[in-house]
Design a protein around this ligand. Structure first.
Ligand code: GTP
Ligand code: MG
Length: 275
């Protein structure tokens, strides 16, 4: 996969303390969440890159992309991972999960773990839809409780909030107390994004940055499970049921066709003997 460098990594200083040397493998932070939540915009502002952001209601980021840059005040490189969003209007959410899962498994096999995961959610959304709940459920199953302390649940679009902020604060409280409570009870934190570079780095700097294995990595690599068998993959049990039913129908059709051919061959041989 191509990594887009916002700053040339050769400009990284040569002298490193032991702690900084531990950062020689770049710090990897993935941004996940529903489409239009502000994932690419966050990376764009943090890194100053010209990464594409969405201008319509449809998904913008179609594939996983890494954007590397130097931390603005510290001595190491950070690599952001932009992911395609889960989309309520699309039937392709399994493909999104498949892309993310494969990428995560590949990284883990190469000895690279994530140091943080940022989940973006628009504070301007006036309700949490069923599809947003499904996305959140999938997200939790991808990460697993072991990674929850390295998750930041980020509400975006605070700069769009004008006048009375009461309603938005109420939404934020509801998110924390109801929808995000399982994550927050196990160490995830919620933060507001104010659509600026400073705000992006405040959020990044709040991460502990130790490296964590995500649940889906453990399941796919350590336990050698297929995506279908993982906790996140099982969300699409209905899909796998359809696939397995189709597979068994195809097998039966194949057997029936082979049987017909065999019996046709049999009658042809018989006719030869008869004549
Ligand atoms: N004002 C404001 N606009 C934002 C903010 N976050 C994102 N946007 C805008 O919202 C739109 C969608 O943002 P993206 O960053 O493309 O969203 P995404 O999560 O990457 O979406 P997908 O790639 O489709 O999954 C873009 O026009 C952004 O400029 C924010 O905090 N404030
Ligand atoms: Mg995007």
């Amino acid at each position: 996969m191509d990594v887009f460098y916002q700053l040339n990594p050769q400009t990284l200083p040569q002298r490193k303390s032991t702690k900084e040397a531990a950062h020689d493998i770049p710090i990897l932070i993935a941004i996940m969440g529903p489409t239009g939540g502000g994932k690419s915009n966050f990376i764009k502002l943090a890194t100053g890159s010209d990464i594409e952001v969405g201008h319509s209601l449809h998904s913008c980021t179609m594939s996983i992309r890494e954007v590397a840059c130097l931390h603005p005040h510290k001595n190491y490189e950070i690599r952001f991972v932009d992911t395609p969003g889960f989309d309520p209007t699309s039937h392709e959410n399994l493909e999104v999960l498949n892309d993310i899962a494969r990428w995560l498994a590949q990284k883990y096999q190469g000895g690279v773990k994530l140091s943080g995961v940022i989940y973006t959610h628009r504070i301007t959304d006036n309700r949490v839809s069923n599809s947003a709940l499904t996305t959140l459920d999938l997200f939790q199953k991808i990460c697993g409780a072991n990674a929850f302390p390295n998750i930041r649940l980020v509400t975006t679009h605070w700069d769009d909030v004008r006048g009375d902020t009461h309603e938005y604060e109420k939404r934020e409280t509801e998110l924390c107390n109801v929808f995000w409570s399982a994550l927050m009870e196990r160490g995830s934190k919620t933060l507001r994004f104010h659509n600026s570079m400073t705000s992006a780095w405040d959020i990044i700097d709040s991460l502990p940055l130790d490296r964590r294995t995500l649940q889906i990595q453990q399941e796919m690599v350590d336990q050698n499970l297929s995506l279908e068998e993982t906790t996140a993959g099982r969300t699409f049990a209905w899909f796998w049921d359809v696939v397995n039913s189709l597979r068994s129908i195809m097998e039966r059709i194949g057997l029936a066709l082979r049987g017909t051919r065999m019996s046709e061959d049999g009658s042809a041989s018989l006719r030869r003997f008869e004549s």
